[in-house]
Design a binder for this molecule. Structure first.
Ligand code: AMP
Length: 457
């Protein structure tokens, strides 16, 4: 693909946070660690959550991954525990962080170690799918902070290796996903072991009734902080949709990957087998790639993730659940090889790029069967997704099917060519052909050229 595409895929940076870390009241040792990480200003969730957490308040944080929420709870937690220099007690942590996936747990553990670098606090990360023996050994030696997935923690509790009665700070991260993954019973079991006198923070990207219920039972008079609701976070990511028949998606992907601007890309598929197929295809096409999903052994997942992080792997293909908690800086693009049927998943996916103020782009491949998903996504993010149609696999019928919605009165809805004024972009906002009087919002971000003036059929 040539010039115009390259231009379109280029990303602009934008950062606009205001408070400073030193104004938040954190210990010097933490400030030094944060500075060493290269953070200059707190993200909005950090600015809002850290002061009340330092006061010991319970917190309900509505924020998704990519907003800097890990540091938002880790820094005050380290401040609370790290400043009194108490020794760790075998099997009896002082802080517990629950995360839904092993990847997220691992990354939280890494963050805690990084931010707590000057405190010499002991942290353990425990999750399933890997040997329990080492985890037991570590717990026996004593840890201050335990990061865990619910299933493995319950196993360890049942075997008597973890006592939660001395927990001072309890953090439940990604509560919505935790419940989606069926962990509610484990979470309740764990919560029942915690002392009443404790500080609790619950983070969730969304607030369905189930999460509200859980928050109500775990939190006491919480401060509620909310940043970038799904729709606004989505706005930070440049989004595009490409209409393409299912059978042509792999060819389109190869075409797109020829663009060097796509430095580090996370590609989403709906199924695990789909992820393997796409990774294989890319591999054969000479793209350094790997797949990550629940069928893979933990060490294979970790290897893929490490390769992606180090830049050895350019394309990581993932399913929604496996990608949950993947925290890799500098993901320049997200490609939805298949659109998710849940708009929330779309928002989570595209949130893997444009992290913490950086910029990013999300490209979605949409076939005929996925039109309804696209419509739901556009409703949720409250914006239309501009179309790229100057690619070799652009499918007019799929593009037009959207325009023809909602009535499905007859089978052949292909509008005739030429019923639009010359040069007017149909691609700008799917669905707008039916709304001539409304301004086309899809063309935000400066109205880059989106299609050739005279496209070959
Ligand atoms: P999280 O939402 O916690 O997964 O964080 C998203 C990413 O933002 C991580 O890669 C962090 O390293 C990074 N990050 C967190 N806080 C800041 C900050 N204040 N400034 C710059 N980057 C940050």
């Amino acid at each position: 693909m040539t010039g115009p595409r390259m231009h379109r895929l280029h990303i602009q940076k934008d950062t606009q946070y205001m408070t400073e870390f030193k104004d938040l009241g954190l210990a010097q040792a933490i400030l030094r660690a944060v500075e060493a990480e290269g953070y200059t200003t707190p993200t909005p969730i950090q600015g809002k959550a850290i002061p009340p957490m330092l006061e010991g308040r319970d917190l309900l944080g509505i924020a998704q991954t990519g907003t800097g929420k890990t540091a938002a709870f880790s820094l005050p937690l380290l401040h609370a525990l790290g400043t009194d220099r108490r020794k760790s007690v075998p099997n009896t942590p002082r802080a517990l962080i629950l995360a839904p996936t092993r990847e997220l747990a691992g990354q939280i553990g890494d963050s805690i170690r990084t931010y707590g670098h000057h405190f010499h606090m002991r942290t353990a990360v425990v999750f399933g799918g890997t040997s329990i023996r080492q985890q037991i050994h570590k717990l026996n030696r004593g840890v201050h902070i335990l990061v865990a997935t619910p299933g493995r923690l319950v196993d360890l509790m049942n075997q008597g290796h973890v006592h939660l009665d001395q927990i001072e700070v309890f953090v439940l991260d990604e509560a919505d996903r935790m419940l989606d993954m069926g962990f509610i019973h484990d979470v309740r079991k764990i919560a029942a072991e915690l002392p009443n006198q404790r500080q609790t923070a619950l983070f969730s990207a969304t607030m369905p009734k189930t999460v509200k219920g859980l928050a109500g039972s775990l939190l006491t008079d919480p401060i509620r902080v909310e940043v970038a609701p799904a729709a606004t976070t989505a706005e930070k990511v440049e989004q595009r949709v490409l209409f393409v028949p299912k059978a042509k998606k792999r060819a389109l992907l190869s075409e797109i990957m020829a663009d060097d601007d796509i430095e580090r890309v996370l590609i989403f598929t709906r199924t695990k087998h789909g992820a393997d197929r796409v990774a294989r295809h890319l591999h054969q096409a000479g793209v350094r790639s790997d797949a990550i999903h629940g069928n893979k052994a933990q060490n294979a997942r970790q290897r893929a993730l490490d390769g992606f992080r180090s830049g050895r792997i350019r394309a990581l293909v993932a399913t929604d659940i496996a990608a949950r908690g993947i925290d890799v800086d500098g993901v320049t693009h997200v490609i939805n090889f298949e659109l998710p049927n849940e708009p929330d998943s779309y928002v989570h996916r595209i949130g893997r790029t444009a992290r913490a103020g950086a910029a990013g782009m999300a490209l979605s491949f949409c076939d005929m069967d996925e039109r309804a998903y696209l419509r739901d996504i556009e409703k949720t993010i409250r914006q239309s997704v501009p179309v790229i149609d100057d690619h070799p696999f652009h499918a007019e019928d799929i593009a037009n099917a959207h325009d023809a919605r909602p009535p499905k009165r007859n089978g052949n809805r292909r509008p005739q060519k030429g019923n639009r004024p010359n040069g007017q972009s149909r691609g700008t906002r799917p669905g707008n052909a039916n709304k001539p009087n409304r301004q086309r919002r899809g063309n935000n971000g400066g109205g880059r050229p989106r299609r050739r003036g005279n496209k070959a059929a």
